[in-house]
Every structure is written in structure tokens, then in C-alpha cells.
Design a protein around this ligand. Sequence first.
Ligand code: GLU
Length: 308
Amino acid sequence: MTGKVIGRFAPTPSGRMHLGNAFAYLLAWLSVRSRGGEVLLRMEDLDTLRCTEENGERIREDLRWLGLDWDRETPPQRSRTAAYERALETLRSRANVFPCWCTRGSLNLVNAPHASDGHPIHPASCREASEEERARHKTPPAWRLEAPDLRISFADGVYGLYTENLKEACGDFVLRRADGVFVYQLAVVADDGEFGVTEVVRGCDLLSSTPRQIYLQRLLGYPQPEYFHVPMLTDREGRKLSKRDADLDLGVLRQRTDPEKIIGLLAHACGLLDRFEPLTAAELIPHFSWEKLRKTDILLDEEQLNWL
Ligand code: GLU
């Protein structure tokens, strides 16, 4: 790619940062800093019930403590409703965006949940409702985008080639919920597009969201960033480490250990260093390359966690 690399941290401030988030941010940061690019920070706080300013501030402090700096903070998603409304209008003019009054319960009755993320595939019936049927509803609808019968492929920098037919794998998807809240898929594309993000580094649990996001980028006329979906950290049983494992959140880790040990442990576990050695994020830059990164889930066993 020519031009300046622009990456981002896009935390959801619904709780404390976790070791798994720290791992994805470390790689996002190394990828940008090793090529002299720019890092943006954006609070993904669309979920106004769970996200707080206080959590956002803790995440900023935790990033600083880890030695992961950023060049610019772009507006939080909560403040971007007007931009998302504009994006929705553009989508309406270029594709089929239709009102939908289905509830999760009614969809589950119609269809088996989609294997990858547990979401039922939306039936076409609602898309084909007549104006009279629509007029009968007294409550506001959600707005969905018709999923095209189109195979979307992209070359992920870690995972390799990933392909999905949007109609078969995901079906018509929601852009704005009935309560007026815009969904993550639309917000992330509008934000990354508007702020010129050229590469997206995030956990591979978001791999299956990417074809939807690429389709939205195409409709909105934004260039496609490069994608790197990084492996999950797991325990010995193969369970993904998550917010459940409270002993691995940054609040606990900061009391117990140093940032250099965390960076050294993650760098060793993912293949960037061949032995464990405490070091700063900046000292890791010369050791970074995407080729070295392990491609499969990364097991953190008791012995490794004891290094902290
Ligand atoms: N806000 C999402 C999260 O914290 C990340 C979304 C993204 O990187 O696209 O999991």
C-alpha cells in the first residue's frame, strides 16, 4: 500500500480492558508504528446502557500504562448520530433499505440460528411486505439492508482468504434498531471511512462481520482497508479468555505486575520473540512482523501466566 498507514484502537468502554484486548491493541500499534503511521483512538460507545465515560478513561490510562500511545482521538460513536444518519440516507439511495418489525423471538421461530454468530437469518417476507401492511404498525421499525446474493472475498493478513455469500450466510441485516440506535456494522464503516483508516487489526471473533462491512464500504464509496484478524488467547481447555476471567483484566494485572512483563509474555506467546523477556512495546517494534505471528489460537498456560 502506498501513502500513510492509519490504524486504530476501537475499544468498547463497557468494562475494564482485558488481556485479550491488550493483545489486539499491541499488534495494531506495532503494525502502525513499525511503518511510521498514525494511530487513532475511538470509543465505540453505541451501547449507552453499558458504556461509560469512566470506563473510557480507564481504557485510556491502561493503554498509556502499556506504552501504547495514539496520535488522535476521533469522536466517540455516541456523538456521531448525524453522520450515521447521512450514511443511512446514502444507503437508501443505493440499495434496498426496508422497515422491519420482527423481534428476535419471532425470527428464531422462522429460522434456525446462523451457525457462526447465533443470529437467525432474516426471512424475505418482511422485505416484501406491502405499503398497507407496513402502515398497520404503530411502533417505529428497525431498518434492514437487503443482503445481495454476492460472494464477498478478502485476503486477511493473518487468516488468509475469507469468503462469504451475504445472502446465504447472514441475510438482510439491521442498520438501525427500532429504538433508533445505529448498529456497530454501520458505525464502524462510517467511522473508519470518514477518518481514513487504512488498516483494521482486531480479534478474529470479528472475521465474520467483515464481509458485511466490505459491502457497506462499497455502497458508501469508501476504500477497503487492509484487515488483520488476530488469534484469540485461550486457556488450556481451549476456552477463549474473556471478560469472565476477571483476574486477567488490567485493573488486576496493574496491581500485580509490570507492563514490560505483559508485553514480553504476549510477544513470546504469539511468536514475535522466541523466549520470554520483559520489554517495552517500543523495544518490541524491531521484532515485529506479521509473518512471524502465530495463526492459530494462542494458549496461555499456568506457567506463562505465572511469569506475570
Ligand atoms: N469495539 C469492538 C470491540 O471492542 C471492536 C470493533 C472493531 O475493531 O472493529 O470488540
